[in-house]
Design a protein around this ligand. Structure first.
Ligand code: ZN
Length: 499
C-alpha cells in the first residue's frame, strides 16, 4: 500500500475514535481525556518527512486525484504543526473542559445555557437580561491569560515552521486564512464592503431600538430582546415537539426519505447553539442541540442538518477528500438553515397568517445585519489580537463593538467570547456562509424557478456541491455550481431589495 493510503486509513480510523469520544463527552456517557487523541495525532502526523512527502505528491503526481489528495493532506499536516503543538492543544482542551462543566448563574440561580439565552431574548426585566448577559463573566476572567498565551504561541509556531516562514506569514490569522483559501486581504475587503453596505440599515435599527425601549443608551442585552420582540415570529407556531417532524417533512418535499439517512439527532445541553459530528462519513452523522420552542431553533436544527446531509451525501473513497473547508461547510449548513426563514417555507410548513409572514420578511433584515456585523466584531478582534497580542485587548474589543454594533461592550469582556479560543479563526466562516447561501439560492431560483418542493434542486446540490467532497477547492466549486465567482454580491442584493 502507498504511504498516502496508509495515512488516509489511519486518519479515518482515528477521526472516528476521537469523534465518538468527543460525542460521548458532550452527551455525558464518558468523561474522556481529549488530550490523549491529540497526542496520538501528534505522534502520527508530525512524523518527520511526512509533510514534505505530501507536498511532493501535490507538486508532481501525474494522477489529478492523487495530486489533490496530496494538496489537501499537506494543508492538514501544516495545520497540525500548530494545532497539535502540546502547549496549544493542552490549553485549548483545558478551556473546553472548564466550559463543559461551567453552569452560569443568573440572579443567584444556576441554569443551563439555553435558559440563559432564552432569558436574554425574552425577559421583560432589563436587569434580568443584564444578569443573563454578564453570567459568563467568570469565564472571561478564567480565560484571558490563557487566551493571550494561545495567541502568542500560535504566532510563534507560524513563524517557526519552515513552510510558513517561506510564505512570509507574520501571524496565525494570515496563515489560517491562506489555508482556508480566503487570504486576509480578500477577507478584509469583503468586511469593508459588507460594513459599508449595511451601515445605514444598522444605524436606523439602533435608532428604532432606542426609541422602542425608551432608553438613552442601548446595551448588549437589549438587542437580542428587541429583535425577539419586533422581528421574530410567535413561538406558538414553532413548538419544540415539531422540530424533527417539520424537518422530516421538508426533507421529504425534496423527494428524500429522512429515515433512510443515517442521521441521528439528540437533545442535550451544550455550550454552543448546535453541534454536528461526522463520526464516520457518510454512514454515521450525529447532531446535538438543546432547543426550546421558537423559530430560531428551527433555523438551528436545519443548519446542523445541512452539515449532516452534506456529510451523508459524500461519495469519496479517500478520507482525505471527505473533509471540507470551514467556509464551505458552514455555507452548505446555511443553505438548509435558511429554509425556515423563506416566505415559501413559512407558507407551506406552518399555519402563520400572510400578514405575519410579510411583517417578518420586512423586519428580519435587522436580524440578518446584526448577525453579520457581530461576526465582523469577532473576526476583526481575532485578526487584531493576533497582530498585537500585547495591546489592551478589552479596549480593542470595546472599540470594535462601538464601530460595528454601535454599543458599549459593558465591561472587560473579550475573553468571555470563548468561541474564539476553542475554535480559533473560525468566526469568519459565519460571515462567508450567508454569502455562499445567497449565491446558491440565487442560482437555484434562476435555474429551477424556486427552491422548495423539487427533487431536482436537491439532486443538483448533491451532485454539484456535496458528492465529491473536497476534490476541488471550495471557491472553485461554488463558481462552477453557481456559474459565477464567489463573492458578497447576492447577499448585498438581498439586503438592498428589502423595503
Ligand atoms: Zn455550522
Amino acid at each position: 500500500m502507498k504511504k498516502i493510503d496508509v495515512i488516509d486509513r489511519w486518519l479515518e480510523g482515528h477521526s472516528e475514535k476521537a469523534g465518538l469520544a468527543c460525542y460521548e463527552k458532550y452527551v455525558g456517557i464518558k468523561d474522556w481525556d481529549m488530550n490523549r487523541f491529540d497526542e496520538e495525532r501528534r505522534e502520527r502526523l508530525l512524523e518527520p518527512g511526512l509533510l514534505e512527502y505530501s507536498q511532493k505528491i501535490a507538486e508532481s503526481s501525474p494522477d489529478p486525484v492523487e495530486k489533490r489528495r496530496g494538496e489537501v493532506l499537506s494543508r492538514l499536516l501544516s495545520r497540525a504543526y500548530i494545532d497539535l503543538d502540546k502547549d496549544v492543544y493542552g490549553r485549548r482542551n483545558g478551556i473546553e473542559e472548564i466550559l463543559m462543566k461551567f453552569r452560569p448563574k443568573v440572579a443567584g440561580k444556576e441554569m443551563g445555557r439555553t435558559e440563559v439565552r432564552e432569558l436574554m431574548r425574552k425577559d421583560e426585566d432589563r436587569d434580568m437580561r443584564r444578569e443573563a448577559y454578564l453570567s459568563d463573566n467568570p469565564l472571561g476572567e478564567l480565560f484571558k491569560d490563557e487566551g493571550i498565551r494561545l495567541f502568542l504561541r500560535r504566532n510563534e509556531l507560524v513563524r517557526r515552521i519552515p513552510w510558513t516562514r517561506k510564505l512570509g506569514f507574520e501571524n496565525y490569522p494570515e496563515c489560517i486564512l491562506n489555508l482556508l483559501g480566503i487570504p486576509l486581504t480578500r477577507l478584509l475587503s469583503i468586511f469593508k464592503k459588507t460594513k459599508e453596505e449595511t451601515e445605514k440599515y444598522y444605524s436606523d435599527f439602533i435608532e428604532f431600538a432606542r426609541e422602542e425601549l425608551g432608553v438613552k443608551e442601548l446595551m448588549p442585552w437589549d438587542i437580542p430582546y428587541i429583535l425577539q420582540k419586533t422581528v421574530s415570529l410567535p413561538d406558538k407556531y414553532f413548538p419544540r415537539d415539531n422540530l424533527i417532524p417539520s424537518l422530516k417533512k421538508t426533507v421529504e418535499s425534496f423527494g428524500k426519505d429522512f429515515d433512510a439517512l443515517n442521521i441521528n439527532i439528540r437533545f442535550v445541553d451544550i455550550p454552543y447553539g448546535g453541534l454536528c459530528f461526522g463520526i464516520r462519513i457518510p454512514d454515521d452523522m450525529r447532531i446535538l442541540l438543546n432547543p426550546r420552542d421558537g423559530h430560531r431553533w428551527y433555523g438551528t436544527i436545519f443548519h446542523e442538518f445541512g452539515h449532516a446531509l452534506q456529510g451523508a451525501s459524500i461519495r469519496q473513497d479517500s478520507f482525505i477528500l471527505k473533509g471540507s473547508e470551514g467556509p464551505f461547510s458552514e455555507g452548505m449548513a446555511d443553505v438548509w438553515g435558511g429554509l425556515p426563514s423563506l416566505p415559501e417555507w413559512l407558507e407551506s410548513f406552518t399555519g402563520i397568517p400572510h400578514p405575519e409572514i410579510d411583517r417578518f420578511m420586512k423586519a428580519r433584515i435587522f436580524d440578518l445585519i446584526y448577525g453579520i456585523r457581530s461576526i465582523m466584531v469577532w473576526s476583526n478582534f481575532e485578526i487584531e489580537a493576533y497582530k498585537n497580542p500585547d495591546s489592551d485587548l478589552d479596549e480593542v474589543w470595546n472599540r470594535l463593538m462601538r464601530e460595528y454594533l454601535l454599543i458599549d461592550s459593558a465591561g472587560k469582556r473579550w475573553a468571555s467570547n470563548y468561541f474564539i479560543l476553542t475554535y480559533p479563526m473560525y468566526a469568519q466562516n459565519y460571515l462567508l456562509s450567508p454569502m455562499i447561501k445567497e449565491q446558491v439560492y440565487a442560482f437555484l431560483r434562476r435555474k429551477f424557478g424556486g427552491l422548495l418542493g423539487s427533487p431536482d434542486v436537491l439532486n443538483y446540490i448533491t451532485e454539484n456541491l456535496y458528492a465529491d467532497g473536497c476534490l476541488f477547492p471550495w471557491t472553485e466549486k461554488i463558481e462552477k455550481a453557481t456559474e459565477k465567482p464567489f463573492g458578497p454580491d447576492d447577499l448585498i442584493r438581498v439586503i438592498e431589495s428589502l423595503p
